[in-house]
Design a protein around this ligand. Sequence first.
Ligand code: 5GP
Length: 132
Amino acid sequence: MHRKPRAGRVFFPAMSTIFEKIIAGEIPSTIVHADERVTAFRDISPQAPVHVLIVPNKPIPTVNDVTDDDERTLGHMFIVARDIARKEGIADDGFRIIINCNQHGGQVVYHLHMHLLGGRALGPMLAGGKHG
Ligand code: 5GP
């Protein structure tokens, strides 16, 4: 069984992404936090001095796929983000959290994840100013 979301991508729910392999320890990564709900690891292509991906262990493809049952896990991702920001020493200066969704959001890996970015002034929220 598969479904076709609006962006035109076909998802096969049983197909695992690279993040599932990282969570399972099948692919190496620099893990900074792991518990029963969430795994966090450094992005392979960091866009800032601190760039950590915070990922639910459950493979939710996109924000569009979030259900009421995920509320606790999604809230926990913010607690983990707060703690990592403190540990990385970026809490006081500030940081940015980004969640991309589907094609227009620029999502590349279809396993929902939070980018935690900091360690320098990150500039305007989006490149290109008002509507690009
Ligand atoms: P997206 O564009 O989907 O929001 O972000 C995907 C992120 O995953 C990108 O920032 C990319 O650099 C990161 N990424 C892709 N493959 C790997 C990998 O194998 N290991 C790690 N640590 N990060 C990855």
